[in-house]
Design a protein around this ligand. Structure first.
Ligand code: NAG
Ligand code: NAG
Ligand code: NAG
Ligand code: NAG
Length: 382
């Protein structure tokens, strides 16, 4: 949502259009009825962008809302696409509703619009006050115990069903997830070879794999690990392979009272907002898969000073761990290989790689906003 909103801010600016506060998706797997103002501070959003674009809270009454031209812009488009193909449509119809907004703008666009995307993301999109207040309280409680790792453990039912990954699951669980996948029409890929996918790095790491990773990297057993995720598939029992190695596991549920969490509990997007805040403020952030949230948190941490984000090399890791399990290599060799593989995967500054023929595979602007909105050297004022 964050990155889609930022793209639309830039697109509104490109076309000199007025932005209507976006409707959030209410039909996704999580089925969350929250609106923009339930997640974000609307007035802050409008105020921070007042010199960039005009924003209105709702579509004025003089437009017939049942009669609006709707379209899905092409994904990963250049600014020129909006100037040349979409603007004429806007001038003709007066109002356009975009039915899709995620990844609608390329990673590489001119600095003027990059900076605007960053201003939208890191200044304008502030969480709504009650979310911010609870998020800050959770962070303070964690920091009282010293440093902590935020682990974005994408081992939730929808993720596993969608990706077709079955490592660590029982036969019955794998069948259940397969049924869900076949039953969810917007997930286009149905037949998935779990082993091939895992071997090529296409699967989120399992609780056991992430435990082995931390151990190999030398994190002490008493490290505090905050699980930034929804409900882990298989629950406490599945987590045992991780907690056996790292017992000091906490979540938003364990760090708050039922009364504190009550206003947010039934709303997955608000819970995700809490995880986002805790993850951004963590000492180390580790995503087990590279989805939108992992990218957004990683980018935000870079923006705040290249805070440590450990990006697991999943392809190499599963190979190393499988060799270990087959007893082809010993633990010392695991440690050596894991440490070497991750030496340069810790969020240190580097210029975003660009120029891939496939924009989707290009390094994400939102995961690494350098260049674009992080100073390239200390003598530049920006
Ligand atoms: C942008 O739109 C506003 C309001 O419609 C208009 O007054 C202004 O001239 C436009 N700017 C440009 C550069 O077209
Ligand atoms: C709005 O559009 C719908 C469908 O085109 C039409 O039936 C309705 O009369 C319109 N309402 C107004 C107030 O113009
Ligand atoms: C499949 O989806 C339908 C509605 O979309 C639902 O009623 C049904 O329970 C689902 N079946 C399974 C096995 O998930
Ligand atoms: C964790 O254990 C180490 C010794 O193994 C100790 O030095 C450190 O203070 C402990 N940290 C916490 C947060 O308890």
């Amino acid at each position: 949502m964050r990155t889609a909103i930022c793209d639309m801010v830039a697109v509104a600016r490109v076309m000199n259009a007025t932005l209507v506060i976006p409707d959030l998706d209410h039909t996704s797997y999580w089925d969350d009825p929250s609106n923009f103002e339930d997640i974000f501070d609307v007035n802050q959003f409008i105020k921070q962008l007042q010199h960039d674009i005009r924003i209105v809270k709702t579509l004025p009454n003089d437009f017939n809302s049942s009669d609006i031209f709707q379209l899905a812009p092409k994904s990963w488009s250049q600014v020129s696409y909006y100037q040349e193909e979409i603007l004429p449509l806007l001038l003709k119809h007066k109002v356009l509703r975009f039915s899709l907004t995620d990844s609608r703008l390329a990673n590489q666009i001119s600095d003027e619009f990059q900076r605007l995307r960053c201003r939208a993301n890191y200044k304008a999109l502030r969480f709504e006050p009650s979310l911010r207040s609870l998020g800050n309280r959770i962070v303070k409680r964690l920091q009282k115990g010293g440093s902590y790792i935020a682990l974005h453990l994408r081992y939730e039912k929808d993720m596993l069903a969608f990706s077709g990954c079955t490592a660590g699951l029982s036969y019955a669980e794998a069948s259940e997830l397969r049924r869900i996948r076949y039953n969810t029409s917007r997930w286009k890929e149905k037949e998935i070879n779990a082993e091939t996918r895992r071997a090529s790095g296409g699967c989120p790491l399992t609780p056991l794999e992430i435990g082995l990773l931390l151990r190999a990297l030398g994190y002490p057993q008493n490290t505090t690990v905050y699980i930034a995720a929804g409900e882990i598939y298989g629950g406490r029992q599945r987590m045992q392979s991780f907690t056996a190695l790292y017992p000091n596991v906490v979540t938003k549920e364990t760090l708050t009272s039922p009364e504190e969490l009550k206003p947010f509990r039934r709303f997955q997007n608000r819970l995700a907002a809490l995880d986002y805040m805790v993850a951004v403020e963590s000492d180390v952030f580790i995503p087990t898969f590279d989805g939108n949230m992992a990218r957004a948190v990683q980018g935000h941490r870079r923006f705040l000073g290249h805070r440590k984000t450990l990006i697991p090399d999943r392809t190499r890791l599963v190979r190393i761990f499988d060799e270990f399990e087959r007893r082809a290599i010993g633990w010392d060799s695991v440690k050596l290989q894991v440490q070497k593989t991750h030496r340069n995967r810790q969020g240190e500054p580097h210029f975003r790689k660009s120029g891939s023929s496939n924009a989707k595979l290009e390094e994400s602007f939102y995961a690494n906003p350098l260049p674009g909105c992080i100073c390239e050297n200390t003598t530049t004022i920006c």
